[in-house]
Design a protein around this ligand. Structure first.
Ligand SMILES: *Cc1c(COP(=O)(O)O)cnc(C)c1O
Length: 390
């Protein structure tokens, strides 16, 4: 069996995926970042400081909740890892706290970030405020219109939001722009990338900062289940950071790993190998090999690419990737809310929707035990839910 979810091979390779496809001017910055992360991650003092902020600021460890009512209805045992309870409302804070501390350790005074729905931008602005760093967030002009509340939040936190008017004016274009801005400001600026995508070391580094989800869950699940390990571990996949962090805690077990993509943003399920934002992975493309636009009700899953490690896990058959539709997602939000009193993010509801569909079938037979990462809370989605669930 191939050992997975360890350190990538030289140059950041996850099998045939990953790597570092950046302009020559960015190579030194990527190398310096890799070295800085390597040193920091091996330094107990860095780990201790990060742990302290996780506990006293982000609200970790997040709870593991047994979804008793839904479990009874579905004939399974469903355990929820509650990243919705983390500060700023999702798992994004785990990554951002790590990168902000690392930036400070490298002597950088400014963070730049890309954001789609604005969740990663809000988390970055939050960490920048906490650590006294300046923050600039690149956001597609179309997303700025759609996500006015998060734009206001970022401004309130003292960040500058820069509208990106190129291309489809969404996350893909904001990421291009943020990478361009990094080239011209590497001296004092760290690029705080929001998922397990981008050039090496980002996919590895972000997975390591997010593995706190899986590591905590491993211990919490062991206390809950006589088998110690769940039959199935499931999480939603946009770029793939909450799934990677969750899977990392269970990669060495017999648990089946399931990543749930949006039907309109299914890079693993429907993409082709290609290079996007500095790494080789699976990418949604049109007939001419142009990067296609993704469409999902969940802005956080509206990304035509996916982290390279997921492409590897899929190719090896270690994890399986499935899709659910927007309608299934809306129904899942409602069912979880009514049965468990938890209003989750539209992104997270993708994982819930798969469980609802699979329970009682050969995919998830009666009696199965399931760990599901609830990546975020639904507060940000209220106006969309009012539209969709009328
Ligand atoms: C951003 C976001 C996602 C998607 O990002 P991943 O890197 O795939 O985890 C999922 N859920 C929530 C709540 C998000 O904010």
């Amino acid at each position: 069996m191939t050992v997975v979810m360890r350190e990538p091979a030289a140059g950041g390779r996850f099998g045939e995926f990953g790597g570092r496809y950046v302009p020559e001017s960015l190579v030194p910055a990527c190398l310096a970042l890799e070295q800085a992360f390597r040193d920091a991650w091996a330094d107990p003092a860095f780990r201790q400081e990060l742990d302290g902020h996780r506990r006293t600021y982000a609200g970790r460890p997040t709870a593991l909740t047994a979804a008793r009512n839904l479990s009874a209805e579905l004939g399974i045992t469903l355990l929820l890892k509650r990243e919705d309870l983390a500060h700023t409302g999702s798992h994004k804070i785990n990554n951002v706290l790590g990168q902000a501390l690392l930036a400070r350790r490298m002597g950088k005074t400014r963070l730049i970030a890309e954001t789609g729905a604005g969740q990663h931008g809000v988390a970055t602005a939050t960490a920048a405020a906490l650590f006294g760093l300046r923050a600039t967030v690149y956001m597609g002009a179309r997303d700025i219109e759609r996500q006015a509340l998060n734009v206001f939040r970022m401004n309130l936190l003292g960040a500058e939001v820069i509208p990106v008017t190129s291309g489809s004016r969404t996350l893909k274009d904001a990421t291009n722009e943020a990478m361009r801005a990094w080239v011209s400001a590497v001296e004092d600026t760290h690029f705080c990338l929001g998922s397990v995508a981008g050039p090496h070391p980002y996919p590895w580094m972000v997975r390591e900062f997010q593995r706190v989800i899986g590591d905590e869950a491993r211990g919490q699940v062991a206390a809950e289940l006589s088998t110690g390990v769940p039959d199935v571990v499931v999480a939603c996949v946009g770029g793939g950071s909450n799934a990677a962090g969750t899977f990392a805690g269970f990669a060495d077990t017999g648990a089946r790993l399931i990543g749930v993509e949006a039907a309109g943003g299914a890079a693993v399920s429907a993409g082709e190998p290609g290079v996007l934002h500095g790494s080789r992975s699976l990418v949604l493309q049109d007939r001419h090999g142009q990067v296609a636009e993704a469409h999902s009700i969940a802005a956080g899953l509206d990304y035509p690419g996916v982290g390279p490690e997921h492409a590897q896990l899929s190719g090896l058959g270690r994890a399986r990737y499935v899709t659910v539709t927007d309608d299934e997602v809306l129904a899942a939000v409602r069912r979880l809310a009514e049965r468990e009193g938890i209003i989750c993010a539209l992104e997270s509801a993708h994982a819930v929707a798969w469980v609802l569909r699979a329970a009682g079938t050969a995919e998830l037979p009666a009696g199965s035990t399931v760990l599901l990462t609830l990546s975020g809370r639904g507060d940000k989605d209220m106006s969309q839910l009012m539209e969709g669930l009328r």
